[in-house]
Design a protein around this ligand. Sequence first.
Ligand SMILES: [Zn+2]
Length: 307
Amino acid sequence: MTTAFYSHDDCMKHDMGPDHPESPERISRILARLADTRLAQELQWIRPDEITREQLLTVHPESYLRQLEELQPTHGRVFTDEETAMTPTTLRAARLAAGACVQAVDRVMTGASRNAFACVRPPGHHAERARSMGFCFYNNPALAALHALTNYDIDRVAIIDFDVHQGNGTVDIVGGDQRMLMCSSFQHPFFPHSHVYRQAGNIINVPIEAGCGSEDYRKQVMDAWQEPLRAFRPQLVVVSAGFDGHRLDPMGELNLETDDFRWITQWLVDLAAEYAGGRLVSMLEGGYHMEALCDSVIAHLEVLTAA
Ligand SMILES: [Zn+2]
């Protein structure tokens, strides 16, 4: 069994403008780097299909889906919040991105692949149940976790989010649902501010101070997550893989190194091996410094393919 790698050219057609950090180049640069490595041969390359409306409805209400469809312009750009824009191709990209995440769950749950990475955009973890936000429209990690719980004979899914921004959307959707344990580390105080103080038994927040480096970060995450995750015994590990905590990233203020993403991936792979038969589905969230993003994704994939 190997690592499934999901990507689709139409995810690059969603373009929020020449100066927007969440750019099509994020995917094209990763693909170009991969083509240069031996890793490319070790991945199972899969083109996702769009997520179905029925699958979207497991997380988002019909009224929200219709609102997005009505907002999507036939030409030009429409901003849904200060930093999130829709173009005529946005929802196709978002449906492919979310589709990749739920189809990756099918692949991993049926044993066709050991683990999977969805190299897609737009990202998902800021999208709340009925609100697009922070470059996100559909909540990819929540859709993946609920797809697994609804369609397979499991009742415990861990969601780990190491993006530099809190996955407020995921917290909004899964908070209080004891079938999921959401572990999130993020710079604090920082965007998106909205769900940091949301208390729920299944949410473990690790707020991290700006400037935090490798050693301190690793210790804080371990101290907070290790015990609850082991007690939870996840049957599937879903990862919101944001690489914007890298010290070079222009949007975050943490001082993490590429090696920290290798480390956390290994730790999650080991967790999945111990409790979930190795089943792990990871999806791209943030990461805005092109070189650091490519280095970090390669490190992430090296660990996944070696699992
Ligand atoms: Zn982020």
